[in-house]
Design a protein around this ligand. Structure first.
Ligand code: MG
Length: 251
């Protein structure tokens, strides 16, 4: 069942999502060659807890850290460690926050110093595909219109969309119905309604769409070990334009 959230509830999801956006902005200033992903994790956790909120991923199904840090061929769910970032890498950072009973969730991919043209294009296309997906999150549209917009744009640039990992509803649980694939034909699935809150999150690969998990049980990597990027926003469907909740600007 897909929950329809009241305005009061949307404001709570927004409050958590704002902390997520604030944390991502804080980390953006710290990303450079030599910093460890564990240091980024500590900074994120401190920032979240200082706002009387909790890092939503910590302990989620046993996940050991506050954020996910996924470098280059790592798609999502990378575990922060003492590994230092290197010039030319890209790092996807996923942040989740729980405050006052409601969740927020967003991700961004950052360049470490200068990156090659392929990675730069991958990042731009993936971020743009997120906004094209969000544009379809309108009352009266169907769920698959989101994924269709994402897939069409991504594949027009010769990249591929991960199939086995999807976006999700969000609210009083981190992951709620519906699952939101980043691919598919338009006009399928449930009709979208005002008050639905969704975490839309394209994961885009330079090469094959196929992914596999590493032996740590968490980190997802591309099967061909080519780079992957990930962007995510928590949004609310309204009677008008979709409202991006995980931004620092007022909606
Ligand atoms: Mg998510």
């Amino acid at each position: 069942m897909i929950y329809i959230r009241s305005q009061r509830e949307v404001l709570k999801i927004e409050a958590s999502s704002r902390i997520v956006a604030d944390t991502l902005a804080l980390l953006a200033k710290e990303i450079r060659p030599g910093i460890t992903t564990l240091r980024l994790d500590r900074l994120a956790e401190e920032n979240i807890r200082s706002q009387n909120a909790k890092p939503a991923f910590k302990g989620y199904n046993g996940f050991p850290a506050s954020i996910c840090t996924s470098i280059d061929e790592q798609v999502v769910h990378g575990i922060p460690s003492k590994r230092e970032l290197r010039e030319g890498e890209i790092i996807g950072i996923d942040v989740g926050v729980l405050k006052d009973g409601y969740y927020g969730d967003a991700a961004f991919t950052y360049a470490v110093g200068e990156v090659d043209e392929t990675k730069r294009l991958l990042m731009n296309v993936t971020e743009e595909s997120l906004y094209l997906g969000i544009e379809q999150a309108r009352a009266g549209n169907h769920l698959s219109d989101i994924g269709h917009a994402i897939q069409s744009y991504v594949e027009s640039h010769g990249f591929s969309v991960v199939r086995t990992l999807v976006g999700h509803g969000i609210g009083t649980q981190l992951h709620e119905a519906p699952e939101i694939p980043n691919y598919g034909d338009p006009g399928r699935g449930p009709e979208l309604k005002s008050g639905m809150c969704l975490a839309i999150e394209p994961m885009v690969n330079v090469g094959t769409f196929e992914v596999e998990s590493l032996e740590d049980g968490w980190t997802m990597v591309t099967r061909d070990r080519k780079p992957s990027a990930h962007y995510e926003h928590t949004i609310a469907i309204t009677d008008h334009d979709p409202l991006i909740l995980s931004t620092r600007e007022t909606g």
